[in-house]
Design a protein around this ligand. Structure first.
Ligand SMILES: C[S@@+](CC[C@H](N)C(=O)[O-])C[C@H]1O[C@@H](n2cnc3c(N)ncnc32)[C@H](O)[C@@H]1O
Length: 435
């Protein structure tokens, strides 16, 4: 009892940042009993906080040799292994945690995150099939099973697993919208709609669920709601660069290629340049050498904080890009780039009008869009993932209605998603010299 109380005092000191006091207490516990699993576990965590990862791993492993079913120690060890660049060992450690406690939410979340980047799904699939067999009403197990199936290209079985997981899950669980989106992406719109309706009913304030429900139902939407975009990218900002790299994302490079070609035809760099929807700033460093003043605009604070850390932008403005272009700006722009952002705006007419006001005569936009290859009366379409694709003729019409010249376009693969190439267009529009 006294030991437990001392341990709690140690943890309190640890959490308040007093590492020295915490270490004294953990060592006191271990002096009494060198095999105390909690003492070893928390001393390990303290060593990690003090920058001694190797000794942290050793201490927590010793603690687990004594108490192998301590799922919190397993989850913490997984976190440390992940942070020290051992994703495979981390994944195996999280799996040990859910084998001992199949309702360990944190460990499931970590498995899902790592699974997407691991590339080795066979073992996980075997373990998950066993867990879903023993616990057929465990939504986390069905979810991970579905994810592993999806990543091995078994779309049908993945969709069935996601449907099962959503049947047993609270509609408010953080991954519920994501699973419904995958069902829609796999062509199971009815199921996706049913699940999204349940989610919206349980949590009407869930912006993502409301937007995806509207997209799956085929509601007429001119653009994605700003509050949805901002909160989606705020929550995505930490992992954005890493996730996009794994998808083979190359839209910033493709747009930058055009910018470099245009810059080579000029005697001086572009003076005033704006990156519309700059996100974490993947494009900024690629074009920086060709710009005198580079401004980034974005709706998401989280994404812009990442962009700010690059020191590639002279100015960063938090706001909606069409409104930004429509302000009385202190300067007009020689060049605008817009990479993978018009996929959140369907109706491009207000954008082109605002752009025409914001460009200098002879100024250009270089942008990427997802290519809508079928013909569609509206000229754009939102898919179940909430992203818009556009027809080239429609883009040209919107540009020309705004007195811009549709200069050129080329087809490119922008990235891969769910095992398929995402086709896009890199296009340019220009404000005539005499305007
Ligand atoms: C897919 S990310 C692309 C980011 C960056 N351009 C890149 O290629 O890495 C889309 C970005 O556009 C921003 N965005 C979407 N719609 C916007 C709008 N109407 N106004 C301003 N930013 C917007 C999002 O916040 C997000 O950071």
């Amino acid at each position: 009892m006294q030991n437990d109380q001392r341990l709690q005092e140690g943890i309190a000191a640890h959490q308040s940042g007093d590492l020295e006091a915490a270490q004294d207490i953990y060592l006191e516990i271990l002096n009494k009993n060198p095999e105390d699993p909690d003492g070893l576990h928390f001393l390990g965590l303290l060593h990690f906080d003090a920058g001694r990862a190797e000794s942290a791993i050793e201490l927590i492993q010793r603690s687990l040799e004594i108490n192998e079913s301590n799922t919190s120690a397993l989850n913490n060890l997984g976190n440390i292994l992940k942070l020290t660049g051992e994703p495979r060992l981390a994944l195996a450690t999280y799996v040990r945690a859910v084998e001992h406690d199949s309702r360990h939410k944190e460990a499931w979340k970590n498995i899902n995150l790592l699974l997407r980047s691991s590339g080795d799904f066979d073992e996980i699939l075997a373990i998950m099939s066993e867990i879903v067999r023993l616990e057929p009403e465990n939504p986390d197990a069905w979810n991970t099973y579905g994810l592993a199936k999806m990543l091995t290209g078994k779309a049908e079985e993945a969709a069935e697993a996601f449907d099962k997981s959503l049947q047993f899950d609270l509609p408010t669980s953080p991954n519920a919208v994501w699973r419904a989106r995958i069902l829609a992406a796999q062509g199971r719109n009815d199921l996706a709609q049913k699940h999204l309706e349940r989610i919206v009913e349980a949590k009407p304030e869930d912006k993502a669920a409301r937007y995806h429900l509207a997209a799956v139902r085929g509601d007429k939407l001119d653009h994605a709601p700003e509050d949805y975009v901002a909160s989606h990218f705020d929550s995505f900002s930490e992992s954005f660069d890493e996730v996009l790299e794994k998808l083979g994302y190359r839209a910033p490079e493709l747009v930058a290629e055009d910018v470099v070609r245009l810059a080579e035809q000029r005697a001086t760099p572009f003076h005033d340049v704006v990156d519309l929807g700059c996100g974490t700033g993947l494009c900024g460093p690629l074009i920086r050498d060709h710009c005198t003043n580079l401004t980034g605009v974005d709706l998401s604070t989280g994404m812009m904080q990442k962009a700010a850390a690059l020191n590639a932008y002279d100015f960063l403005v938090e706001g909606e890009l069409v409104s930004f272009l429509s302000y009385e700006l202190p300067t007009r722009f020689d060049l605008a780039v817009c990479v993978d952002t018009l996929c959140y705006i369907g109706n491009l007419q207000p954008f082109m009008k605002a752009l025409a006001q914001a460009l200098k005569p002879g100024g250009r936009l270089v942008a990427s869009v997802e290519h809508l290859e079928d013909s569609h009366a509206q000229g754009f379409r939102v898919d179940s993932s909430g992203r818009y694709a556009h027809m080239p003729d429609y883009i040209r019409k919107c540009a020309e209605n705004a007195s811009l010249i549709y200069a050129q376009d080329r087809k490119e693969v922008l990235r891969r998603e769910l095992g398929k190439d995402v086709h896009g267009l890199i296009f340019q529009v220009m404000l005539p010299e005499q305007s």
